[in-house]
Structures are given as structure tokens and as C-alpha cells.
Design a protein around this ligand. Structure first.
Ligand code: MG
Ligand code: ZN
Length: 537
């Protein structure tokens, strides 16, 4: 699309009929609060995984088998659909997609809060702030990662996380709860004998690994404190902060927060708040503002599990967003002044349960006349529902099994046999030593790019097909493991990146307003609608 087309498009978007919120003139129909929940990488198939688990697992951990998504629609939410492509291309990444949602304008891959020409774009959060509303960002990855960053920072590249941290402070988002301490503390903190290392260890009560990615001596935690923020580094400290405090900066990990499996298993004794707990605190604080608030909550690790093609962990990430969404729906129940929007930036991994030629199920007898003589046998293996329980039972993520447990072994112990044991102890989808050897096999990198963040390894895990679509090359053993268990799981993944599948948009609150989302949109158009809601008060 050329520049002129973009101008025409912007005009077309501006010309959309404005929301008839004030038309009925009733104060109880005013929109005060907007809560946007983004499942990063949560395409329709990822929601389908949660839904299939709820409906078909033997004993799902979901009350009455009703997911928060089903609940939302049962309670009258509107359902729209949105294309996710970035400016001038077919595909997208989290930076461009979140920027499109945040600004209502087309954006290019990798960019944060800027339009397709490279100009800074005002975001929904900044508009809310200008209108006197409170603002919040909650994420289970890093505060400076692409999705939260796109709502309150303006940088040419998502990789500029040190600058993004400064932007977040400058924008002055009232409540920020997430991970990623490494971008907020001075470089000098890497020296364990330094005073700042000791000071930060005390401040964080030892809950977080002190390591900095900054290339300067700025201590953004101190700067935040001077700007009136209360700081929290663990659940206890977060709980102790008064709801009246207004501004909170809570950072609970050096990088991302625990994945869904770990978060679930350590729920009752972790020092790290869950996505639900962070969201609850944000709501407690933000609701004190009579002018209302804008809150963006990201379930960011859905995307990471899907990049790894790790179905068991993905299920746990979907359970995490399910729990969080249920909390938000409870909070917003019967509130006509609050709109809850749940969507995704894109689909990740090309996930799907599939039928296969492997292990075709035996013939069974059925009571109906049609199968009386012969019994019933399907032509292929359509996937036994017990697979869902086995997926739930996974004990560690592929990332943890490979990068933490296996990679921590001494080099002479890193054998296929050792890997096989680790995998077989932690999932019910067992692999053989020969399969483990295939996961560990390497080859020369056909896509080598010197100094590239992801493509600069000379030797990489050996992918047999579509190598070019598995771009996070150092992580590709996880994707190879997924291929080895695919037949057992009745699962296929098509890549290690994103697909351009449209995403679903659930909207609940004022019915007149939510009905305007029942259409086939593109992310910038959806972003404009969100901005309209914020301005509608
Ligand atoms: Mg994200
Ligand atoms: Zn992604």
C-alpha cells in the first residue's frame, strides 16, 4: 500500500460513525473505564485449545466446564473479528500489532508507538491520561516488552528496551506491574561488589536476580520513587501498598514472570504475584479515580509457549488468562460504565489438533442400527480426548526441560539418553533415545546473518522442513521436541513464528456500544474504536 492509500484509509477510518453513547443522555450509560486484555499470540485456535480442554477433558480445572470466553458471550458480550497484518505486509509482530491497537494507525513490524512513516503516534493510554483518567499496564512478560511498551513508549525498535523503560516513566503510567528489572537498574549493578548491587539486593529483599542490561548508570527505580511511585518487588510488598497510593511500579523478575505451569505449581508459596493478582491490584488502585481509567492487561506468555510449539505450557497459559479474565468479569459485572475488551495481537505457531494416520483406533460397538453388524471404526486417528488430561499434567515447560535442566548438565552428560529421561519424567508423551538424538541434532545455519539478534549462530538445531519459519534458532530444540510428540498429541504446529490468522474480539459492557464491534475489522480500526470509547465519557 502506498502513502496516498494510507491517507485515504485514515480518512475512511476517521469517517466511521461515532459511537452513540451520549445520544441517549443517561448518565449510567457513560463509559468511564476501559479494560483491554490482550492474549499475545492468542488466535482462535489457542482459545479453541482452552475450550476443548474445558469441554472434553476428563476432569478439567474449570468450574462447570465454562471458560471465561464462553461466559462472556453467555453474558451478552459482542464478538467481532480483526485482521492483524502490519503496514504494507501480510504478516505481523507484537510491536506493530500492539501499536496498531494502541494508536489506531497502521504501523510497521518492530516499531513501538510510531506510525508507518516513522512519526510518534499518540496512544489510547496517553489520551486517557490527558482526559484525567488513571492508566495501568500489567503484563506477565516484561514491562518494556513490545505489547505494554506500545501503549506508552515511542521507539523505532522493540529491542530498545532501555529507552522504552525511560519512556514508560516519562509517560507516567500510574500502575505498572510486570517483569523486566534488568532494564530499570544501572549497569554498575552487574558488579556484585558495588554499593548499588547491595542496595538493590536489599530493596528487592533478595526476591529478584540483580542483573542489568542498561548501558548507563541511570537508576530508574530511584527516578520512579522521586516521581511519586511506590515500589514493589514481591507479592508481600505489593499487597502492603495502599489502594490510595495512586502510582505503583511493581517489577517482580529480572525478565519475564513464571510460565503458566510454574505459576500454577507455585501458586500458594510464590513471592511473585500471578497475572490475576497483579490485575486485581491494578483495578483496586485505578478505580479510585472518579474520572475512570484505562487498563491494558497482557497475557504475554501465550505467545512464548506457542513460539516453542509447547502445547502443554500453552494450555496452562490459556488457563492463566482464563483465571484473570474471570476476575475482571466479576469486577466489571453489572457495571455499565466499564467496557471489557479481550483480543489478541495475532496467532502464534499455526497451532491445531489434527487427525492423522498414526495408531488408528480399533473398532468399537455402538447401540445404533447403522453399526450393528460391523461396529464403528473411523478411517483415521481423530485424537483421543485423554490427550487433554495428559497435556494438563505436563510438569515443566519445554524451555525449562531443555534450557534449564538439560543445559545445566556438564557437557559430557548432555547425551540423548539424559534428554530422554528429562523429557519422560516431565511429560506423559514419552520419547525414545533415538528421538532425543533428533532433538539434539545440529546443522550448518543456511540463514546465517552476522550480528543478527536471532540468526547469527553458525550451527543450529537441525530442522527438516520449513527451516526459514523457525527464526528463533537457538530455541529450535523445543520445536523439534514438538515434532517428535506430534503424533501422540494429535497436534501439529506450522511454524515458530506467527500466522496471519484473524483474531477474535470479545467486547462486554454497554450493549449499544459493544454491538459496534460486531464487524470484520483491521487492528488500526479496532484501535480507533478503543480510543473512541476512552473519549466517549
Ligand atoms: Mg507481548
Ligand atoms: Zn510472538
Amino acid at each position: 500500500m502506498n502513502k496516498i492509500c494510507f491517507h485515504l484509509l485514515s480518512l475512511a477510518l476517521l469517517a466511521l460513525p461515532s459511537l452513540s453513547i451520549q445520544a441517549d443522555g443517561q448518565s449510567n450509560n457513560k463509559i468511564k473505564n476501559v479494560i483491554l486484555i490482550i492474549g499475545d499470540g492468542m488466535g482462535p485456535a489457542q482459545i479453541g485449545l482452552l475450550e476443548t480442554y474445558a469441554r472434553q477433558a476428563t476432569n478439567p480445572v474449570i468450574e462447570n466446564r465454562i471458560t471465561a470466553f464462553t461466559r462472556m458471550l453467555n453474558e451478552g458480550a459482542a464478538l467481532g473479528i480483526s485482521m492483524t497484518y502490519a503496514a504494507n505486509v501480510m504478516g505481523t509482530d507484537s510491536a506493530s500489532s500492539a501499536t496498531q491497537l494502541a494508536t489506531g494507525k497502521a504501523a510497521r513490524p518492530d516499531t513501538i508507538g510510531i506510525d508507518s512513516d516513522g512519526n510518534s503516534s499518540v496512544t489510547a493510554l496517553e489520551i486517557a491520561k490527558k482526559l484525567g483518567k488513571s492508566t495501568g499496564l500489567v503484563s506477565d512478560v516484561r514491562l518494556t516488552h513490545a505489547t505494554p511498551a506500545s501503549f506508552a513508549a515511542h521507539q523505532a525498535s522493540r529491542t530498545m528496551e532501555n529507552k522504552i523503560a525511560i519512556d514508560l516513566l516519562t509517560t507516567g503510567v500510574d500502575v505498572m506491574l510486570s517483569g523486566g528489572l534488568r532494564h530499570w537498574i544501572p549497569e554498575q549493578a552487574n558488579d556484585k561488589s558495588s554499593a548499588i548491587f547491595k542496595q538493590l539486593t536489599e530493596l528487592t529483599t533478595g526476591s529478584i536476580k540483580i542483573t542489568s542490561k542498561r548501558k548507563d548508570q541511570r537508576n530508574l527505580l530511584m527516578e520512579a520513587q522521586q516521581a511519586g511511585y511506590q515500589l514493589a518487588f514481591n507479592k508481600q510488598q505489593l499487597d502492603a501498598i495502599s489502594e490510595q497510593s495512586g502510582k505503583i511500579l511493581g517489577i517482580f523478575s529480572d525478565s519475564n514472570l513464571p510460565n503458566g505451569i510454574k505459576a500454577h505449581r507455585t501458586k500458594n508459596h510464590s513471592t511473585i504475584p500471578t497475572l490475576k493478582e497483579m490485575s486485581a491490584k491494578a483495578l483496586d488502585v485505578l478505580q479510585k479515580n472518579d474520572q475512570g481509567f484505562f487498563l491494558m492487561i497482557e497475557a504475554g506468555l501465550i505467545d512464548w509457549a506457542a513460539h516453542d510449539n509447547d502445547t502443554g505450557t500453552l494450555l496452562h497459559e490459556m488457563l492463566k488468562i482464563n483465571e484473570t479474565l474471570n476476575y475482571v468479569l466479576d469486577w466489571a459485572a453489572k457495571r455499565e460504565d466499564t467496557m471489557v475488551i479481550v483480543t489478541a495481537d495475532h496467532e502464534t505457531g499455526g497451532f491445531g489438533f489434527s487427525y492423522s494416520a498414526n495408531n488408528i483406533l480399533a473398532s468399537i460397538s455402538l447401540p445404533g442400527a447403522a453399526f450393528k453388524e460391523t461396529g464403528y471404526q473411523s478411517s483415521f486417528n481423530y485424537g483421543a480426548t485423554q490427550i487433554l488430561d495428559k497435556l494438563y499434567n505436563q510438569k515443566l515447560s519445554y524451555d525449562d526441560m531443555l534450557s534449564k535442566v538439560f543445559d545445566s548438565l556438564d557437557s559430557e552428560q548432555k547425551t540423548p539418553l539424559a534428554l530422554m529421561k528429562i523429557i519422560n519424567q516431565n511429560t506423559e508423551f514419552k520419547i525414545t533415545e533415538q528421538q532425543a538424538a533428533r532433538v539434539l541434532a545440529t546443522e550448518q545455519n543456511d540463514y546465517y546473518v552476522a550480528d543478527h539478534k536471532d540468526l547469527s549462530l553458525k550451527q543450529v538445531p537441525k530442522m527438516d522442513v520449513n527451516d526459514a519459519f523457525f527464526v528463533y534458532q537457538s530455541d529450535n530444540r523445543r520445536n523439534l521436541l514438538a515434532i517428535e510428540v506430534a503424533e501422540q498429541q494429535s497436534v501439529v504446529w506450522s511454524n515458530g513464528t506467527h500466522t496471519a490468522s484473524p483474531v477474535l474480539v470479545f467486547v462486554k459492557g454497554n450493549k449499544k456500544v459493544s454491538d459496534d464491534f460486531v464487524r470484520f475489522m483491521w487492528q488500526p480500526e479496532l484501535g480507533q474504536k478503543i480510543i473512541e470509547l476512552i473519549k466517549a465519557d
